[in-house]
Every structure is written in C-alpha cells, then in structure tokens.
Write a protein that binds this ligand. Structure first.
Ligand code: G6P
Length: 606
C-alpha cells in the first residue's frame, strides 16, 4: 500500500528518499515519485513503475536538502506518471504526498474547478495540493495552511507537505493512515512505516489521528488539529536494517517461513510459567479476577490475521471453555456491533495499521468495549488503541503474504487461552501438558522445514497445472485449510477454496474431479475417522488427495506427515507445510512471490 518518506536536514534529500522508498517497496505499489526544494524552487520526478525506474529518471542535479517521496497504490485513477505523487499546487509552490482516501474529493474538485483550477491528475490527492496551495497564500505558516486545508477534507490521510517558499520544514499530518517521525542528528525524517527510517535512526515518534507535526533539521513540534501543542515521548525501535534483508534467501517469504522456529520461540520466550503451568502475559493489564469475568470472547482481524483468530477462538473454547468466535474486522465494524461489558474483544494485526481492524477497535472503544491487541508492530496504531495485549516479537514481516506473524499469533493465542483456562477450570496437569507442548514447537517447526524438498515436489505435481484446488479440514483443521487456500491463491494465483470437510457434500463436491485436487488437513484427533470417510468420498469422484496430518492413509494419493504435539496445538504445525506448498507453487509458476499482484502488505484504506 502507499508509502511516504520525508527528509529535512543538511544532506541531499533525493538519495535518502529513494532509499526510504526502496525499503517500503514490500508494501506493494504501482508508481513512485520524489520532490525536493532547492533555491526556492520545487523539483518533482514521478513515474509509473518501480523505485528503480524512478531512480533512473532522477538526474544528478536533482539537489535539495528538503524533500518528500511516495510509492502509490492506485485508488483514484489508474497507475500512471501523472497520477503518481507528489502532486504540486497550481503555482508549483506546494508539493503533497498522501496515503488514504479523501472521501469528499469529487465535490472539492468541482468547487476548485468552478474557481478556475485546472487538474492534471485523476487523484483525490491533487485536491489537497490545490487546497493547501491556496491557503498557503493567506497564512503565515505552512502548518496553518495545512491545518486549514484539512478542515475542509473528509476522509483518511497520512500526508507530507513541502513549500518552496519555506525550504526549512516539512509538515506531516495523520488521520487514519500512519505517520512516524524519525529523530536524527540535526536532521528529521518522517515515513508511513519505520522500515524507511531504521537505516538512519531508531528514535521514533508515532503521530496520533488528528495530529500534525512540523519537522525542521533541529527538531520537531506536534499539534492537535486545533493547534494545541502536544508532548511526545520518543521510543527506540529494536528492528534494524538486517530484518529488511533477504539474508541470502531467494525471497523474503522463504526467509520468513524458515525463521519460524525462532519467531515462534520469541513469542513464547519468558511467557511460560512452569510453577503454576500458566502463561505470563504482563501486557494484558488484567488481574486474575478480571480475566475470569468474561463470558464471551470475540476476535477480529483481516485476511490471515482473521484466520489465526479462528485458531485462537478454538484454543480459547477448548482450554478456557469460554464461547469464542472470530469475524473479519471489516464486517464487524459495519454491522453496528452489539458491544457487551462481559465480552473480551481481541484485535489481531501484524502491522497494527490495517484500517478496518483499527476502525473496528475504535468502534469497540467508543462503545465501552474492553479490547486486547495481538500485534507484531510495537507502538502501532492498533497497539496504542487497545487496553492491553500481547506483542508477537516476530520481527518485521516483509513479504506481503503473512507466514511468521500467523504462527506467532497462533502461539500467542495458545498462551492467552492457557492463561484464561488456568484462571478458570483448566487443571494444572492440562496446563503442564500445554506448556510442554508449546516448548516443543520451535524444534518441531524446524523438523517440519526439513521436508521442504518433498513439499516442493508435491507443489509442482499438484498446484502447477491445477484448474483449482480444494482445501478441507474439520474443526481445528478448518482454519488451517482456510489459511492454506489463502496462501496458495494470493501468491500463486491458483484458484483455491477452503471448506469445512463436513460441508463438502452440501455443494462443493460437484467441483471435485481429476483437475481439482484436494489438500485435506487430517490430524490424528477425535475426528480422524470422519475425515478419512470424507477422503473416501473425494476419491470415489476421481479427486486426487494430498493429505496433511500425523500419518499416511490409503485414501490419500500423497501425504505430508507433521510432527505430533498436543491436539490443541495441532493447527500451528499443520500450517507450515501449506506455506511451503504455496511458496513452491508460486515459484514454479514464476510469480512475484513477495509482491503478489493487486495486493498490499498493510491495507491502510477501507
Ligand atoms: C493484507 C495482507 C495479509 C494480512 C492482512 C491483515 O491483506 O496482504 O497478508 O493478513 O492484510 O494485515 P495485518 O497487518 O492487520 O495483520
């Protein structure tokens, strides 16, 4: 999704902006641009395509120590050079980059056109450039000009603005789309994601919705929308540039799949208590009595985060015996949810910035709901908005498709379910069983990864020429099937559907045939026989079957055998082979594995 970088300081801005934009490439985009100010003149270069294409059109004389850059993911208007950001005001004094969507852009555009303004692009952002361009003529400061312009705007934005007449400052503002300030030595940075900053500084400040900041080489000031100054405490990011390298792997995705023994280990580290067989989760901000008081658990998230929420709901029901379910955050927020005092709400997000999830959390908070976050990015908007939560400590996830955040979220849910269970009726013996099982996970993930070659060969055989693939599972296996189908479709573009195995005969069995193979998630649990019967039904319709479980079975054509752990924890290990399967299918089909078409890493628009 769109990315923003801004710089003010003693150095040449363009190389810093280009490097920052490169760091944001992983989020997905279709065009890129930069603007700098030198000798009170604005210079802009922007292109449809990659940051490398942009770098090739930025001339050596593109000098200036103040600048902004952008990677665009088209919302209003096709990807093209003109629609790319930065957008200049009519007098070419102001340049703006923007993430988010201006909802009243059409009416503002009509008003400006009626006033004689000529638009060059189809974007909603250009409206902002003209509005700020006009207010800048009437105000004493750029900050005031931006503030006034933003008062006319309805929608979401993270923006960075420069003014050729004021070459010493950048103004940034946030409403729904992240903006992070980076504090350097006599230089300041801003970006939509810390990834663009870590090469230069680890000292960051997050803007809140409605806040605006003025950056100068020697520091920054932040303000509310009504111009009251706010005090911000910088914090240190512990992610470094190494996290953003492929580390010798061919793709980030493979690196992140391979990191999972370590990342799941980090999620669990220091959180398993062997004395009481319980989990230590200090960030929940709830004592035992409060933890006991909930009658229901509702989990929300988007995409893979939602599927890991389904795994979480199951873990909480099984271990804590509290009714729990998961729902896409995007659906939840639009159905005016009934918010109950005795329900614990849990929001899941790797980035902590997914707009639908953030908006759902805000809706919950507005109605007095108690919300915990299971989030990877420390200090992100969702983390800040929640009453407490669990950080994953999985390190930044760069590839668009989620893998390590998925397994870490599932592990975090196991900890939370253990905690909620042990303050209720989960016995110490069962608590110990789960603690021991959790501790075995990292080693078992490692063991699973050794089967990569076998899985690669299966991916070539099953997915490469398939018209589509069916993924089925029951109860614990069902969210795993959904995540497996999601991985395959998003990175290989092979059509994949996930169904509860029991639902197959109520419709989708009609699709089964030699050209539609099935991946069946069949753990050795109480549903094994039922699952094997389903496999028999598929086979009777000439469907090919790849079974993922704890044993081989005659009903399947091929099997991937996963190490055994405690039944409740099965989903975590069952997911790993499906990630490798999708990865190798995508590689075999020549796809852009880390940046699949049409998708973005973190969806900061509705
Ligand atoms: C996008 C990504 C998915 C991710 C989802 C939720 O759609 O492509 O991989 O699962 O957003 O992201 P979050 O950062 O909130 O976990």
């Amino acid at each position: 999704m769109c990315g923003i970088v801004a710089y003010v300081g003693p150095k040449d801005a363009a190389p810093i902006l280009l490097e920052g934009l490169q760091r944001l490439e992983y989020r997905g985009y279709d065009s890129a641009g930069v603007a700098v100010v030198a000798a009170k003149a604005l210079k802009i270069r922007k292109v449809k395509g990659r940051v490398a294409d942009l770098a090739s059109v930025v001339p050596a004389r593109f000098k200036g120590t103040l600048g902004i850059g952008h990677t665009r993911w088209a919302t209003h208007g096709v990807p093209s050079d003109v629609n790319a950001h930065p957008h200049p005001s009519a007098d070419e004094r102001i340049a703006v980059v923007h993430n988010g969507i201006i909802e009243n852009a059409d009416s503002l555009r009509q008003r400006l056109e009626a006033d004689g303004v000529t638009f060059l692009s189809e974007t909603d952002t250009e409206v902002l450039a003209h509005l700020i361009g006009r207010t800048a003529k009437e105000t004493e400061s750029l900050e005031e000009a931006v503030r006034r312009a933003l008062k006319l705007v309805v929608g979401t934005y993270g923006i960075a603005v420069i003014d050729a007449e004021r070459p010493g400052e950048v103004v940034v503002a946030r409403n729904g789309s992240p903006i992070v300030l980076g504090i350097g030595e006599k230089e300041m940075f801003a970006a939509s994601d810390v990834a663009a900053l870590v090469r230069y500084t680890r000292q960051v400040v997050h803007l809140e919705d409605g806040e605006l900041a003025v950056l100068r080489a020697d520091g920054f000031s932040t303000f509310t929308s009504d111009a009251r100054e706010t005090a911000k405490e910088p914090f240190t990011v512990d992610w470094d540039t190494g996290h953003y390298d492929t580390g010798g792997y061919e793709h980030y995705l493979l690196k992140e799949i391979s990191e999972q023994p370590d990342t799941v280990g980090r999620t669990l580290r220091g959180r398993i208590d062997d004395r009481f067989h319980i989990a230590h989760l200090g960030g929940l901000n709830m004592d035992a009595r409060e933890s006991r008081s909930f009658k229901r658990v509702k989990i929300i998230g988007c995409g893979s985060a939602y599927y890991s929420g389904q795994i979480g709901a199951q873990l909480i029901e099984e271990l804590a015996r509290i009714p729990a379910d998961a729902e896409p955050a995007s659906e939840f927020r639009y159905r005016s949810p009934v918010v109950e005092a005795d329900t614990l709400y849990i929001a899941i997000s790797q980035s902590g910035e997914t707009y639908d999830t953030l908006a759902a959390v805000q809706e919950l908070k507005r109605k007095g709901g108690r919300v915990l976050g299971i989030v990877n990015t420390v200090g992100s908007a969702i983390a800040r908005e929640c009453d407490g939560g669990v950080y994953l400590h999985a390190g930044p996830e760069v590839s668009v498709a989620s893998t390590k955040a998925f397994t870490s979220t599932s592990a975090a849910f196991a900890l939370l379910a253990l905690h909620l269970g042990r303050v209720r009726d989960l016995s110490p013996a069962d608590g110990r069983r789960i603690c021991d099982g959790l501790r075995r996970l990292p080693e078992q993930i490692k063991e699973m990864l050794t089967q990569e070659e076998h899985i690669r060969e299966l991916a070539m055989r099953y997915a490469k020429d398939a018209a589509g693939m069916m993924f089925v599972g029951r109860v614990r296996g069902y969210p795993v099937a959904r995540e497996g189908a999601q991985k395959l479709k998003e990175i290989s573009y092979v059509h994949a559907e996930a169904y509860p195995a029991s639902e197959l005969k109520h419709g989708p069995l009609a699709l089964i045939g030699p050209e539609m193979p099935t991946v069946a998630i069949v753990p050795d649990d109480e549903l094994l026989d039922k699952n094997l019967t389903t496999l028999g039904e598929i086979r009777a319709r000439s469907g090919r079957i790849l079974m993922v479980g704890h044993r081989t079975a005659d009903q399947a054509d091929d099997c991937i055998v996963v190490p055994r752990n405690e039944t409740e924890l099965d989903p975590i290990l069952l997911t790993i082979p499906l990630q490798l399967f999708a990865y190798h299918a995508a590689v075999a089909l020549g796809r852009d594995v880390d940046k699949p078409r049409n998708l973005a890493k973190s969806v900061t628009v509705e």
